[in-house]
Design a protein around this ligand. Structure first.
Ligand code: PMP
Length: 402
């Protein structure tokens, strides 16, 4: 009898499990469209020029690694505020945004969840159906009951799939006061479908009328239509004078996955209130991991706060965005050329790194076993992993299973 006799084997993370399966696959043509990572046209994980330049400057003048403040590097937090809310926005200038550096976007969500559990212990959390796998687990682990609001409907658009916006709005309208609603600010993961600006206005009206708490997960700012364009939804919530939560991730937009750079921002009603909120966010950080690591935040702060590096970053991020869009078009054209008769042009109306392809679990399993093309069982494919060398093979493979 050991302390761990009753410990059950936890299920494997579905996406990381897929990665392991991919790595073990001996098919020389294998393509990994499972994990949500951007690869360049050579199939390589990019190391951005702006990041290399910032690191070079840092290495030329090495600094000691003391503890950071609990809320992270001040210049980093200021840069995140400016990026997410606008440097000249009233909400930032009047001190109504509390921003803390976090361990990736996941860390931002976790700190927000822990703080919310203190102030709204009995609230239910609503996440989209479907959502990023970790949303449910993370808020459940923080002690919340997690439910879903309708989002994707495969039967929409004559079976091609789309957003069930009426269902989403109806669920929010029926939610109890204080319900926490987790929204994907842009580039919805896993579906690739975002609601329109006019639909956001309707969501905001319901959030306000029903006194819900909006938590916006912004893991892909700049991958949709542009940095400012993707951030516009945050300004809409601020204009509606809502107390919102925003988690930020730089994993994708800086290709700094392993550095774990992210943030949490909370909008208060006054500076005095926001200062109190910040003090509580610091408690949540202190009791989780004390304070954040130095390197990733220093890189992002150096890039965002230097006009030349910032311009370089915007260009590099723009190139990633444009390449993904080109791959979407190539996928649509390639599937048609490979003999797929179904109209697949919905792929170009989707946005961000992912595409819900509409393929069934059986078809996804066949893609893996017969062709070494790896996507998730739900039909999600990472279009940011397609490139000019693998696109034809992927199109041929899909054509053979549909
Ligand atoms: N939210 C969403 C919607 C995501 O897709 C991801 C990353 N896959 C995250 C949060 C977490 O980002 P990070 O890796 O920076 O923790």
């Amino acid at each position: 009898m050991s302390l761990f006799t009753a410990v059950e084997m936890a299920p494997r993370d579905p996406i990381l499990g897929l990665n392991e399966q991919f790595n073990a696959d001996t098919n020389p043509s294998k393509v990994n469209l499972g994990v949500g990572v951007y690869f360049d046209d050579n199939g390589k994980l990019p190391l951005l020029q702006c990041v290399q330049a910032a690191e070079k400057t840092m290495m030329d003048k090495p600094t000691a690694r003391g503890y950071l403040p609990i809320d992270g590097i001040a210049a980093y937090d200021a840069a995140v505020k400016a990026l997410v809310f606008g440097a000249d926005s009233d909400v930032v200038k009047s001190g109504r945004v509390a921003t803390v550096q976090a361990i990736g976007g996941t860390g931002g969500l976790k700190i927000g969840a822990d703080f919310l559990k203190k102030i709204s212990p009995n609230a239910t959390v609503l996440i989209s159906d479907p959502s990023w796998e970790n949303h449910r687990a993370l808020f459940t682990n923080a002690g919340f009951t997690v439910d879903t609001y309708p989002y994707f409907d495969q039967s929409a658009n004559g079976g091609l799939g789309g957003i069930n916006f009426d269902g989403m709005l109806a669920k929010l309208n029926g939610a109890a006061e204080g319900t926490i609603v987790l929204l994907h600010a842009c580039c919805h993961n896993p579906t690739g479908y975002d609601i329109t600006a006019a639909q956001w206005d309707q969501v905001i009206a319901v959030v306000k009328a029903r006194k819900l708490t909006a938590f916006l997960d912004m893991a892909y700012q700049g991958f949709g239509y542009g940095i400012a364009e993707d951030g516009a939804v945050i300004a809409k919530f601020v204009a509606a004078e809502l107390n919102i939560f925003v988690s930020t991730s730089f994993s994708k937009s800086f290709s700094l996955y392993g550095e774990r750079v992210g943030a949490l921002s909370v909008v208060g009603s006054s500076k005095e209130e926001t200062d109190r909120v910040l003090s509580q966010l610091k408690i949540a950080i202190r009791t989780n991991y004390s304070n954040p690591p130095t390197h990733g935040g220093a890189i992002v702060a150096a890039v965002l706060n230097n006009p030349e590096l910032r311009a370089q970053w915007e260009q590099e991020l723009g190139e990633m965005r444009v390449r993904i869009k080109a791959m979407r078009q190539k996928l649509v054209d390639g599937l048609k050329a490979a003999g797929v008769t179904k109209d697949m042009s919905f792929i170009t109306t989707q946005i961000g790194m992912f595409s819900y392809s509409g393929l069934s679990k059986d078809q996804m399993v066949r893609l893996r076993s017969e062709f070494g093309v790896y996507g998730t069982d739900t039909g999600r494919m990472c279009v940011a992993a397609l490139n000019s060398k693998n696109i034809d093979y992927v199109c041929q493979a899909i054509a053979k299973v549909v």
